[in-house]
Design a protein around this ligand. Structure first.
Ligand code: 5GP
Ligand code: ZN
Length: 113
């Protein structure tokens, strides 16, 4: 998607603080962190949101959930962390490219909504 912010970040057209990259996945620091550690993990292929996950493209989601614990370990999130994906307007999704927030580095708010 040529006009997608996160596709442009994946492609290196917009700079980002890269945390991890492989052939399927890109991870980078959120520009407006909501916790001491706030990382976004995205598939390199454009999927708009959780609603866009299908049997055909879900392998990358499984891969993302293999990568997330490795990133958490590398970031020393030994006390735990939260993984969040906002889907659609009611959840406050602002970038329509599937992404998983990793939040940690402090005791997080026990309320999620
Ligand atoms: P959402 O609100 O869609 O769940 O999450 C989008 C996230 O992307 C927000 O936490 C926001 O701070 C982050 N974000 C938006 N634009 C940029 C950007 O240009 N660079 C980086 N690194 N993060 C961004
Ligand atoms: Zn995209």
């Amino acid at each position: 998607m040529s006009d997608c912010l996160f596709c442009k970040i994946c492609a290196g057209e917009i700079p980002s603080a890269k945390v991890y990259e492989d052939e399927l996945v890109y991870a980078f620091r959120d520009i407006a962190p909501q916790a001491p550690t706030h990382i976004l993990v995205i598939p390199k292929n454009h999927i708009p949101s959780v609603d866009g996950i299908t049997a055909e493209n879900s392998a990358v989601v499984a891969h993302i959930f293999e990568v997330i614990p490795a990133i958490a370990a590398a970031e020393n999130l030994t006390g735990g962390y939260r993984v969040v994906s906002n889907c659609g307007a009611d959840a406050g999704q602002t970038v329509p490219h599937l992404h998983f927030h990793i939040l940690g580095g402090e005791t997080l708010n026990p309320k999620m909504a």
